[in-house]
Design a protein around this ligand. Sequence first.
Ligand code: ADP
Length: 350
Amino acid sequence: MNEARNTKHDLRPPNRIPRMPAPRPRDDEKQFDAALRPTKFTEFVGQKQVVDNLKIFLKAARDRGEPVDHVLLSGQPGLGKTTLAALVAHEMGAPLVTTAGPALERAGDLAGLLTRLDPGSILFVDEIHRLPAVVEEYLYSAMEDRFINIVLDSGPHARTMKLDVPPFTLVGATTREGLLSDPFRARFGVLLRLEPYPDGDLVAILERSAGLLAIALDPAGAGCIARRSQGTPRLANRYLRRVRDFAQVEGSGAVTAKVAEAALERLGIDSLGLVPVQRQILEVLSKHGGGPLGLKTIGAYAGEEEITLEEVYEPFLIRLGFLKRTPRGRVATEEAFRHLGIAKREQNLF
Ligand code: ADP
């Protein structure tokens, strides 16, 4: 099975990307995320089409008394994939079991997890594009026919053992849907893509969070934070928490537009919401005549892993039209340099 993967006929990306942990929120932020996480669909702001469709699939499955079809959630970090997985479990009245692609190293890890599930469970696999290929293939039969064949021993003594898996729903989350193999993607009945949120939705999220955290947030303050949050609820909530500190120590405690603007500025978040690393990416490109430049070089300059650049920092730059991915490397656009107020310099000046 593994050998086939290494032939030239295998068009899948070469075992995807390194299975190092993805850039995830720090522990204190995880707790903070959890405290603000919507627990009902009515608290989940925006993404109307995704939510409406999901509710129909959940209701239909509930009415039939069956587990809902396997769900694949894709979208950038912090857009609400984990939150939706928990809402699926809540709506189905089903236990939620959470793991992540890199945590399932061997087929045995998966077998242990699947065979211990309570019937009807929701198995949430975050960063599912980082599942090792061999584990992914074991999942196929579990998803389709509720069994897995485990190979015991090797060589002439190799035997397979068939293990039954209780009915379950796999909810996978990925920031890189394009890295999933076609056969894997085809096994998900429900494919949902989360998009960045418009400012109005982020304002609503911030107002809810401010209520939960007892923060005095005025509408202009919420607007200011929303505009600089790159369309991402996790960033909006993170900035609210930071701005609150400034408001408390240096202001009256209330988060006004003035306080928010000054605080975000001091945190290095500019008027469009670019953070220092994003500006460094554009800076190094400007020093190389606008690019193209390889991700490795950019990573060395910005002091970030390539994978973090790709998953966390580049998507917003691409969305703004500031950065292009080309076969020869990254290229920054004139708009990017205009925003930064810098000119692209000739390559030999670097
Ligand atoms: P992901 O799994 O996509 O990285 P999460 O589900 O962990 O994102 O969401 C990050 C934080 O953003 C959560 O704590 C939650 O409070 C907030 N959040 C995300 N989406 C929404 C939403 N639609 N409405 C309200 N809060 C949201």
